[in-house]
Design a protein around this ligand. Structure first.
Ligand code: NDP
Length: 269
């Protein structure tokens, strides 16, 4: 049976095995998918050992996405641009890396009827998640992207790094101004139930607010958006399922329907 896994530390919380088992069942694929807890200094050894034991592909989560990027012999364009890898696969003896987070986000937005072409996007946060999604967002030809972050210097660095892809600029979180069609919260503020200090006018004018975080209840950012009358507010569960679907497609060459898996995981949150 073909073997897949997710490497991380911690890893107990990961929903990837359940998601991929459901994809396999839906597409009648015979495969196994496990969690692998890896010590922080043992990532290359763990990947090599997994391959020796017949591993076909793997997902990579915190804190190994950057180490995975450095370990790969080949990278997809979006993985190279984002500097992080969440999906490993082999071509012969060569280890390849992809980053499916951005395409997962884009698929979820499009599936929820959010038009990205010509869109003015505000991206809040400048960590790994935001960095990972910018190349895929630009593929959709938005009008512009503004990156705002608590630590402004990190937002500036990201805007410079991606300047060749399109109209991208940065600002401090409390200086955000102007009109945006889509606001994406890519900070971990929701995980600690912290409201973002973003001007209410800015949120009010958005057509959609998206939080990459998710949980059993709407996140603080979703609640902020709802209270301010934003008609569409989404959480990141769809992104989680869709980024897994893109990995699955890469490994197995078939596209699983994300909806039944979304419904299953939602019920379990
Ligand atoms: P990082 O640790 O790399 O970055 C965290 C970011 O959040 C930084 O920009 C940081 O700002 C900001 N931040 C943290 N706390 C606060 C706060 N209280 N107020 C304002 N800003 C804050 O994390 P990731 O980029 O990996 O993850 C970010 C979020 O995205 C998490 O909620 C994660 O769960 C989610 N995520 C969801 C995925 C999905 O599939 N749905 C996939 C990947 C991530 P500063 O630079 O100033 O420290």
């Amino acid at each position: 049976m073909d073997r897949y896994c997710v490497f991380g530390n911690p890893i107990a919380h990961s929903k990837s095995p359940l998601i991929h088992a459901e994809f396999a069942s839906l597409t009648q694929q015979q495969l196994s998918y496990d969690k692998q807890l890896v010590a922080e200094d043992q990532f290359p050894q763990a990947v090599a050992e997994f391959r020796r034991q017949g591993g076909q592909g793997a997902n990579v989560t915190l804190p190994f996405k950057q180490q995975a990027f450095e370990l790969c012999d080949g990278l997809t364009d979006r993985a190279r641009l984002s500097g992080a890898v969440n999906t490993l696969y082999w071509q012969g003896d060569q280890l390849w890396g992809d980053n499916t987070d951005g395409e997962g986000l884009v698929r979820d937005l499009l599936r929820n009827g959010v038009e990205l072409k010509g869109c003015r996007i505000l991206l809040i946060g400048a960590g790994g998640a935001v960095r990972g999604v910018i190349p895929s967002l630009f593929e959709q030809q938005p009008q512009s992207i503004v990156v705002a972050n608590r630590t402004q210097a990190k937002a500036e660095t990201l805007a410079q790094h991606f300047a060749e892809l399109g109209d991208i600029s940065s600002c401090a979180m409390d200086e955000i101004d102007g009109a945006f069609d889509l606001i994406i919260n890519g900070t971990s503020a929701s995980l600690s139930s912290t409201a973002l200090p973003v001007n209410a006018d800015v949120i009010q004018r958005a057509k959609c607010c998206y939080d990459m975080a998710y949980g059993s209840e709407p996140t603080v950012f979703q609640q902020q958006a709802k209270q301010l009358g934003v008609s569409k507010s989404l959480d990141g569960l769809g992104m989680l399922i869709q980024q897994a679907a893109v990995s699955f497609e890469r490994w197995r060459g078939v596209t699983p329907d994300p909806q039944p898996v979304y419904d299953l995981i939602k019920r379990q949150l």
